[in-house]
Design a protein around this ligand. Structure first.
Ligand code: NAD
Length: 298
């Protein structure tokens, strides 16, 4: 099956990026959201994304105009998928919201449409039944700032048809992604299965008093040649995520040191508005963080 028409559900952070990237690569895209005002915001976001594509990818104005012209917008769910070959869902990360959404969608979408979820933490098997088409349902998971961090993790559930899996792998490549086929359901896919324990271990070293963030980052950078260490990564993903990971870990394990660490992140960073790169300060100060200084690794 050739994919031509794509629908994206949810025009928030990731949905907006997925829609724009897909249109930029020549597909017709319908953007669906629950309110007209959200679609209006999405249009403004696309203009901003265009500037990022120019700066980061050297996109030409006529290419951006062509991308814009391939984007359509609606709040009517049935209308949004009327011609869809592929539909990508990027609505809030809440299992009940997603289940209700797929129950509705399954009723109005044409039979041919393949459904993909961009969920970061849910497994496709948790919502496959609600779609009414488990063989045509799988995960297609992007990373924030998809035009630069262009990985796409493709993960089915045991009932996903392998042919549909391959169609989605090919589609991911066609929109400029490095496709990462995942052959078994795995919470966190590949990337977060590596990244989350890594980030958690860094915080543990810090809050247990083993070493300070700069020493930990330096060690990682020098020894592996990586351009950043875990605390620089926290600043990029945001300290709210640091807090959530720590709190979840502390609640799950009953570890008192991690419980105190979560509290310390809240009081020393979040309550003071130090949320990372986005607010100009986290573990480092921006725009010139210490780890970018050539002396940092001396
Ligand atoms: P977001 O809150 O920015 O956007 C969600 C969008 O869904 C909003 O535009 C909202 O109006 C819309 N929406 C709300 N209820 C809806 C409904 N019932 N039906 C249709 N649309 C509805 O969220 P986000 O950060 O873009 O995350 C969306 C999905 O993408 C989540 O599953 C998340 O796990 C995943 N994801 C997020 C990131 C990230 O860095 N933000 C990265 C990878 C994957």
């Amino acid at each position: 099956m050739e994919i031509k028409n794509v629908t994206v559900f949810g025009s928030g952070v990731l949905g907006g990026q997925i829609a724009f990237q897909t249109a930029y690569h020549g597909f017709n895209v319908v953007v669906y959201d629950i309110k007209e005002e959200f679609l209006q915001k999405a249009k403004e976001k696309f203009a901003e994304l265009g500037r990022r594509y120019q700066k980061d990818l050297g996109a030409k104005p006529e290419e951006l105009e062509a991308a814009m012209s391939r984007l359509a917008y609606t709040t009517d769910l049935a209308e949004s998928v009327r011609d869809a070959d592929l539909a990508i869902e990027a609505i809030p990360e809440n299992i009940q919201i997603k289940k209700d959404f797929y129950t509705q969608l399954g009723k109005v979408a044409p039979e041919k449409t393949i459904f993909c979820t961009n969920s970061s933490t849910l497994l496709p098997s948790q919502i496959a039944a609600e779609t009414g088409r488990p063989e045509r349902f799988l995960a297609l998971h992007f990373a924030n700032e998809i035009w630069k961090n262009n990985t796409a993790e493709i993960m089915g559930h045991p009932g996903t048809d392998p042919g549909n899996f391959q169609i989605v792998v090919d589609f991911a490549k066609a929109i400029g992604m490095m496709a990462i086929p995942i052959h078994k359901e795995q919470p966190g896919y590949v990337l977060n299965s590596l990244l989350v324990p890594f980030l958690r271990a860094a915080l543990e070293l810090y809050f247990k008093g083993v070493a300070d963030p700069q020493t930990i980052d330096r060690t990682w950078m020098k020894a592996t040649g990586a351009p950043t260490g875990p605390f620089a990564i926290y600043d990029v993903v945001g300290l709210t995520t640091a807090y959530n990971i720590t709190k979840m870990n502390a609640d799950a394990t009953g570890d008192q040191a991690m419980q105190q660490a979560a509290q310390a992140i809240k009081e020393n960073f979040i309550d003071k508005g130090k949320l990372g790169v986005a607010t100009g300060e986290g573990f480092y100060k921006y725009p010139n963080p210490a780890y970018q200084n050539p002396d940092f690794l001396k």
